[in-house]
Design a protein around this ligand. Structure first.
Ligand code: PLP
Length: 382
């Protein structure tokens, strides 16, 4: 039996979605751009998916662009918005807590388009430092802003209700992008009220198949395509629209949106149960995730044992967790988000990321705590 506590990296397709997805893959193979009846049926499916997503994320159907996932959405938003708005200041503000998809895209803007990028430091709680954010906005005119809403490393949640009005006051010309990959299906989110011009999400993080994603684009927000071809999706994203994938994403999002409060309470209960269980077993630990963040992500250090060692020991027993973002996992011992929170190398080396999900049970969590405690006893050197 596998105990998967790494659902921040990806999640299995929800059984409720899988049946419908497989049916659509088998039965409705037409291209939504074809003008025959089969194509129109596929187009209808895409439109229905948009209606469902629009209801879940409080946006309009016209604001939805389907992509292949979070990374593509982020690339499209940042590259496409900056290239289209090339008279805006070539200065971007983001945070030190962003996912690599944002950081690496900004590096492209820096190297290819001469952008200056300001990375706002994090507080010890893992959120963007508000005073430093204000300073960055006031330092010089700014054309582009990207903010991660919930951290994939710690679950820390940036208060966009506070930060976005600051942008509107101090940098009204700036285009804003939100990375809501770890928000969708886990926390309430209203695109309309968020104040973002763009927001990126990824289906495989909440029970839709891999290769599905969405970029939300506010009406009137200017965007150049980064993928060129047949002009699908109003030329913002060429390529045949993945109709079954779009519907699967919509169904998975709706599934969680209808259960958001209950799932969050359950996940929080699992998170607390785990902390109680390891405390009861006397495992020394330091919780890195802040209070009040997303309960779906727990960053925690176990002094005396490398996170990597714990990961490998548990993996051999069918218990999966991670030492941080799966995208950055090649650089063992380095974690730019934990470093930006001020953690020293030792703490970072001994940190692991545990993800809690709605399908976890008390006995799953007790199993994790017990295996972790045993392996700590076996491998820790204090
Ligand atoms: N942004 C965040 C916060 C993420 O957690 C991830 C994936 O880990 C991404 C972006 C990239 O999404 P995808 O894997 O769909 O490309």
């Amino acid at each position: 039996m596998i105990y998967d506590f790494d659902t921040t990296a990806t999640s299995p397709v929800l059984p409720e979605v899988l049946t419908e997805y497989v049916r659509m893959l088998g039965e409705q193979g037409n291209n939504p751009s074809s003008t025959h009846a089969g194509g129109l049926r596929a187009l209808h499916q895409v439109d229905e998916a948009k209606r469902i997503i629009a209801r879940c994320l409080d946006c309009s159907a016209e604001e939805i662009i389907f992509t292949s996932g979070g990374t593509e959405s982020i690339n499209l938003a940042l590259l496409g918005a900056s290239r289209r708005n090339n008279r805006r200041p070539r200065r971007a503000v983001t945070t030190a807590g962003e996912h690599d998809a944002v950081i690496e895209t900004f590096k492209v803007l820096r190297d290819d388009e001469g952008y200056e990028i300001d990375f706002v430091p994090l507080t010890p709680e893992g959120t963007a430092d508000t005073d430093a954010f204000i300073q960055a906005l006031e330092k010089a005119p700014c054309g582009l802003i990207s903010l991660i809403v919930a951290s994939n490393e710690t679950g820390a949640v940036n208060d966009c209700g506070l930060l976005l009005p600051l942008v509107r006051e101090r940098a009204p010309q700036a285009v804003t992008h939100g990375d809501i990959v770890q928000v969708c299906g886990k926390m309430p989110f209203s695109f309309r009220r968020s104040g973002f011009d763009f927001a990126s999400l990824s289906g495989h993080k909440f029970g839709a198949p891999k290769g599905t994603g969405v970029l939300l684009k506010r009406k009137g927000a200017a965007l150049s395509p980064i993928i060129h071809g047949g002009g699908q999706q109003h030329n913002f994203r060429s390529g045949t629209v993945n109709a079954p994938g779009a519907m699967a994403l919509a169904l998975a999002l709706r599934f969680h949106s209808e259960r958001l409060e209950a799932e969050r309470e359950h996940v929080l209960a699992m998170h607390h149960l785990f902390l109680r269980e390891i405390a009861a077993r006397g495992v020394p630990h330091r919780v890195i995730s802040p209070d009040g963040g997303s309960p779906y992500v727990l960053s925690i250090a176990f002094p005396g044992i490398r996170g990597e060692t714990m990961l490998n020991a548990l993996s051999a027993e069918g218990v999966y967790l991670s030492t941080g973002s799966a995208c950055g996992s090649k650089r063992a011992g380095e974690n730019h988000v934990l470093a930006a929170m001020g953690l020293d190398k030792q703490a970072i080396l001994s940190a692991v990321r545990i993800s809690f999900a709605p399908h976890h049970t008390d006995s799953d969590v007790r199993h994790l705590a017990s295996r972790l405690a045993d392996n700590y006893g076996r491998y820790a050197s204090i």
